[in-house]
Design a protein around this ligand. Structure first.
Ligand SMILES: NC(=O)c1ccc[n+]([C@@H]2O[C@H](COP(=O)([O-])OP(=O)(O)OC[C@H]3O[C@@H](n4cnc5c(N)ncnc54)[C@H](O)[C@@H]3O)[C@@H](O)[C@H]2O)c1
Length: 251
């Protein structure tokens, strides 16, 4: 799909990977709707995108709330007439030590990183079906969903779930609806900055370096443009750039 004159929705769009993706899709001609709990950052991002000549709109959204996700979709269609690209990207890191964490802590991780992505994917597919012109859903998973992540097992479990969700929905390609996952390796965003310099240095050494949010945005753009990919799982790593795990191709 050529993003020119298309409409994209990006959750977690006020920061990091979501913001970089919004800017890149906008630079490639798409109207971009940013959704986030961080309203001030979202408003600033819209301002920045519009100042660069793009079309953008912010909808304050808590992905934990089903009603917010539906309102986001409705508001997108109301503002720009339809939706073509949905990037379910909002996410949080796991907090605390696995063996110490209470149920509410790990449930929060599962709720944002997996359950909200399932719900948002449902809403997106229903809308794309209704429109009847196909479309693409790209869900942000993580390399932590493919390889073990001893420091964040619930996060890794959530992201593995996102990967399997996307792979399992590959069959929607028969309707022109492509659901794909993107799996960033360690990426320099406010989420990882919160861990502090020493942790960043250690992680970067472990995985061979640190990616920029723009590297992930470039992968999302590739997944938008490549009509042959459905149920695909793109990895983004310092060592191999953009490549695919599982190599499932549409039937
Ligand atoms: N940074 C990395 O190393 C890395 C690696 C792999 C995957 N990821 C994934 O990339 C995605 C984006 O993360 P990022 O690194 O850009 O971090 P980030 O913190 O910069 O961006 C995440 C955004 O999600 C928003 N968000 C969190 N909870 C929300 C909620 N309930 N409702 C709406 N918005 C909410 C935050 O406000 C924030 O703007 C996440 O899904 C993350 O798990 C990040």
């Amino acid at each position: 799909m050529d993003p020119q004159n298309k409409v994209a929705v990006i959750t977690g769009g006020a920061s990091g990977i979501g913001l970089a993706t919004a800017k890149l899709l906008s630079a490639n001609g798409a109207s971009v709707v940013l959704a986030d709990v961080q309203a001030d950052l979202g408003a600033g991002a819209v301002h920045e995108i519009e100042a660069a000549g793009g079309r953008s709109h912010f909808v304050e959204t808590d992905v934990l709330k089903a009603a917010d996700l539906q309102r986001l979709m409705d508001s997108t269609v109301e503002t720009f007439g339809r939706v073509d690209i949905v990037h379910n990207n909002a996410g949080i890191n796991e907090r605390g030590d696995f063996l110490q964490a209470g149920a509410d802590e790990w449930q929060q991780t599962l709720a944002i990183d997996l359950q909200a992505v399932i719900r948002a994917t449902q809403i997106a597919v229903v809308q794309l079906r209704k429109q009847g012109n196909g479309g693409v859903v790209i869900n942000t998973a993580s390399m932590g969903g493919i390889i073990p992540m001893p420091t964040s097992p619930i996060y890794a479990t959530s992201k593995a779930g996102v990967i399997q969700l996307c792979r399992s929905l590959g069959y929607l390609a028969s309707e022109g609806i492509r659901v794909n996952a993107i799996c960033p390796s360690f990426t320099d965003t406010p989420m990882v900055r919160a861990a502090g310099e020493a942790a960043i240095e250690r992680m970067a050494q472990e995985v061979g370096g640190i990616l920029k949010a723009e590297d992930i945005a470039a992968g999302v753009l590739k997944l938008v443009e490549d009509d042959s990919r459905a149920g695909a799982v793109m990895r983004v790593t310092v060592r191999n750039g953009h490549d695919f795990a599982f190599e499932r191709r549409p039937r």
